[in-house]
Design a protein around this ligand. Structure first.
Ligand code: SAH
Length: 489
């Protein structure tokens, strides 16, 4: 069983960085023992221009039979001979997926201490699997599974049974070549899930924790995949209860994405301690004022509102003519349609409508449309991302879009004890993946600023409590140099 991962590079960004990203040195051939054989990682080529890592799994057929005892349905055929004579040692299957997960564990999680930016950014990738079993669908199924996943090209070619006897026709194996710009971790996670799906015969008993593994590996792509049902059901060896659980949880993921828009309750809570004559000002409004103030101070006129939600900030920006180009970006189509309605985009005059654009996009991917703006706002957005995805957003915003000014706001978790309605230890919104203390936010901001060539200043939003600080914290980043610092390899 064999697969290769190749990338290309330049002198500044050598292809051999692949070695760092996979945590496997290009000059060494390494061997790992897995439960069913031996996995080898070696690099057939390793230059600055081109680097290929190969994962070769030697299956021990005897160990496979021994361990296979008591296996559930979908395992090796049950005739005595077929236990020994089968495709297991040759075709990429669930065994290869398990070896992949073991050998490239850190890469699969997207972590790379040496080159975090490289791990977070898409790379030119070419993945080749010479013999991929594609049960119940062949090359066409392979295309349906990999097609929607962001590859520029998915080439699935049936392998002939025997080149000397073409009249025998095609085998049920496919040679797969994937090419495109993807994050390495995303590519590996896709393989981890889809290899066993295509093989459709897991070599091990599918336990309930497989649902967790599937959702983890499927994060960011499975919930919206058109073949989600087939993937889930085959991955879980058609165990109906588990499949249903996975389907329901994926549905929740989708809803959570869409429901992020529900304006956060505590945000609208009026802060009694705020000193105004007529009426207390809700925190969300104080935050918008603080952001508008920072944008004016930075003399920004072309502004991105990243993770714009229902468009309240876009609406506020429109009221000030100095903001000539306003772009709201959100991953949620529902949020954007609510925003469009709120702004009455259809009924806007031409001049006004010309100032505003709403774009659907994910902030964890670089996007050419976001380059060339004066400022970007991330208002209450970072805490909605899983921490491991955050470096990807950092790269997309600070490394790729690179506006002169970036304004980031996020809850200050220390303040939560002051919200009466919030039970102790709870975050402010169900979809918050984390909430930071002032110190944690500061450290994150310093690190990002240092990495991408920005300076950073902090400001409180809302009443600055002497003990626990303000409810919202804001950081204003200002670009200092033109090019991001070189990766510290
Ligand atoms: N900025 C608004 C909304 C904050 S809620 C405000 O301050 O009120 C967070 C928003 O971020 C949601 O609308 C959610 O859809 C969006 N979001 C979360 N992850 C995203 C991603 N990866 N790419 C783009 N938008 C994202």
């Amino acid at each position: 069983m064999f697969l290769t991962i190749s990338t290309t590079g330049t002198h500044e960004r050598p292809a051999t960085d692949l070695g760092f990203l996979l945590h496997k040195h290009p000059e060494k051939a390494q061997t790992f023992s897995t439960s069913h054989g031996t996995a080898h990682v070696l690099y057939p080529e390793a230059s600055a221009e081109r680097c290929t890592a190969a994962l070769l799994l030697e299956v021990d057929p005897v160990a496979l039979v021994r361990r296979g005892k008591g296996k559930g349905r979908g395992g090796a055929p049950d005739s005595a001979l077929a236990q020994y004579v089968n495709d297991r040692p040759y075709a990429a299957s669930s065994l290869l997926a398990v070896a992949l997960a073991k050998v490239f564990k850190s890469a699969l999680h997207g972590s790379c201490a040496a080159l975090p930016e490289r791990a977070a950014a898409p790379l030119p990738l070419r993945i080749e699997i010479p013999a991929l079993p594609a049960r119940g669908g062949g090359a066409e199924l392979v295309s349906r599974l990999f097609g929607p996943l962001g590859w520029a090209s998915v080439e699935a070619e049936p392998v002939v049974l025997d080149p000397e006897f073409p009249e025998w026709g095609d085998s049920r194996y496919v040679r797969l070549v994937l090419e495109g710009e993807l994050r390495l971790a995303d590519a590996l996670n896709q393989l981890y899930v889809l290899l066993p799906v295509l093989d459709d015969a897991k070599h091990y008993w599918v336990a309930p924790d497989e649902v967790d593994k599937l959702l983890r590996a499927g994060d960011g792509w499975l919930a919206d995949h058109p073949e989600q049902k087939l993937i889930t059901s085959r991955y879980l060896s058609r165990r109906w209860g588990l499949t249903r659980e996975a389907t329901e949880r994926l549905e929740l993921v989708r809803l959570a994405e869409a429901d992020d828009l529900d304006v956060e309750d505590v945000d609208n809570a009026v802060d009694e301690t705020t000193d105004t004559e007529e009426r207390p000002v809700p925190l969300a409004e104080q935050r918008r004022d603080a952001i508008l103030g920072a944008l004016r101070a930075a003399d920004a006129s072309r502004v991105l509102d990243l993770g714009c939600g229902q468009g309240q900030l876009v609406q506020a920006l429109l009221k000030d003519v100095r903001f000539t180009d306003i772009v709201g970006v959100d991953v949620s189509a529902r949020a954007l349609s609510v925003a469009a309605r709120r702004l009455r985009l259809e009924r806007m005059g031409e001049r006004q409508a010309g100032r505003v654009t709403l774009l659907q996009g994910s902030l964890t991917y670089t996007d050419k449309r976001l380059a060339g703006y004066d400022a970007a706002v991330l208002s209450e957005v970072v805490e909605h991302l899983d921490l491991p995805r955050l470096p990807a957003l950092e790269y997309a915003v600070f490394g790729s879009a690179r506006p002169r000014t970036v304004v980031v706001t996020t809850p200050n978790v220390e303040y939560n004890v002051r919200w009466e309605s919030l039970p102790a230890g709870h975050v402010r919104h169900g979809d918050h993946r984390f909430e930071w203390t002032r110190e944690e936010f500061r450290q994150w901001a310093e690190a990002v600023a240092g990495r991408y060539g920005y300076g950073v200043a902090h400001a409180p939003v809302g009443p600055d409590d002497p003990e626990v600080g303000p409810p919202t914290q804001m950081a204003v980043f200002t670009r200092t140099d033109e090019t991001p610092k070189e990766d510290a390899a």
